[in-house]
Every structure is written in C-alpha cells, then in structure tokens.
Design a protein around this ligand. Structure first.
Ligand SMILES: [Zn+2]
Length: 227
C-alpha cells in the first residue's frame, strides 16, 4: 500500500455466514481500530431519518414496496463515507451482495482515488456449524444456554442454575434450516469471493476457533492491509 492510502479511510468488507460471529468480530474491530461498521439496513434507516437526497429517494421506493436500487445505496454510502466518524475507516456488512454491487463500489471508491483494502471472509466448517448451532438450547426459567454436544446440564433436562426443566430451542436452529442457510450463503457469496480474489483483495480467516483467536487474526489482517 502507498502512503496515500494511509491518509484515506480504510474500507473493509466482512463476509461470513450467520453464526460465524461476524457481528462480534466487527465490534472488536470497531473498538480496536476506530472503524465504523456500516450495514445496509442501518445506512438506509439513517439516510431516510436524516432526509438526505438519497434518503428521500430510498424512502419513496420503500413506501411503494420496492427494493432500493444499487444506485441509491451507493449514493447513501457516498454521503456516509464523507462523515467525520468514518475518517479512520469502515467495515461494510451486507454490502456488496453481488458482483454488480462490488463493481459499483469500486467505481465509488475510485472517485476519491480509493479502493477496497480487503474483503475478509470468515471461513467456517459447515458440518461443524450445523452441530454447533442446531445443538443449542436455552433454559426457559433463567436463560442459561446449553448444548447437546458441548454443555449438557449435570442432570439431563434440568437447569443447573435454576432447576427449571423448561428447555427451549429456537425453531430456526434445527439442522436442516442451518444447513440450508449455509448453502444459501455460499451460493450468494461465491461470486463475491471470486471477484475479490481476482483483485488480490481477498483475505480468509478460520472462524471456527476461539473468539479471541479469531479477533487476533483479524486484527493482524487489518493492520497489514491498512499500513
Ligand atoms: Zn435455568
């Protein structure tokens, strides 16, 4: 990277399936590097609330039940990147979702001589993710979390903390649903991974380990790509 890049906000994209801990890791990066996480939903809501030109355009489309166009999202992002709190850089979450959007983002960043510092993919083992997520259950009495494989109560079916036997599972945490969520994620993300790999901007990190290990690896990547 040239020294020029150092004076410009870092632009990072975080890719990862539901359950990979993307939100947690984004918060760690925000704290450690002073970055701002920007999700498409938050961007749209904020722009509509602020009544910017792009916000008004988005509001009209949403009021008519339509999907906000890539062009409007890009305009909202352009406004947002210029705000002072984004001076150190941003973590994009949920945008781009398609290679068309990725190209539009490259054009936007090119307006100010910028480019993506890195697209970081949180890599998971699908089978292990299914086990991890579908095994979760919670005590209905006190909210204590348990797991079929990793954390059973001492006495089966009875909460260690409060003695309740009312255990609940989230309906969408069953194995089939988790597997199909992962499949949808891979199908949607594969073109983006290929796109950023082709640009030499792709970074991958094993997201199956301890949260602190993953955070450490991410911090190293962010340091490398922004200095
Ligand atoms: Zn309990």
């Amino acid at each position: 990277m040239t020294s020029d890049v150092m004076t410009r906000p870092a632009v990072l994209i975080l890719l990862g399936p539901p359950g990979a801990g993307k939100g947690t890791q984004a918060r760690v990066l925000e704290e450690k590097f002073g970055l701002v996480q920007l999700s498409t939903g938050d961007l749209l809501r904020a722009a509509v609330a602020a009544g910017t030109e792009a916000g008004k355009a988005a509001k009209a489309v949403m009021a008519a039940g339509g999907l906000v166009s890539d062009e409007i999202v890009i305009n909202i992002l352009r406004d947002r990147l210029a705000e002072p709190d984004c001076a150190k850089g941003v973590i994009l979450d949920g945008f781009p979702r398609t290679t068309v959007q990725a190209e539009a983002l490259d054009v936007l960043l090119g307006e100010t001589g910028q480019k993506i510092n890195a697209a970081i993919s949180l890599e998971v083992d699908d089978a292990a993710m299914v086990t991890r997520i579908s095994g979760r259950y919670t005590c209905g009495g006190c909210g204590e979390g348990y797991h079929d494989s990793f954390k059973q109560p001492v006495s089966a079916g009875t909460c260690d903390k409060c003695g309740s036997s009312e255990m609940t599972r989230r309906e969408d945490d069953n194995a089939e649903t988790v597997a199909s969520r992962l499949e949808a994620y891979h199908a949607q993300t594969a073109p983006l991974i290929a796109y950023y790999n082709g640009k030499g901007a792709l970074q991958t990190i094993d997201a199956m380990g301890e949260i602190e290990t993953i955070s450490g690896g991410l911090a190293k990547i962010v340091t490398d790509v922004t200095s």
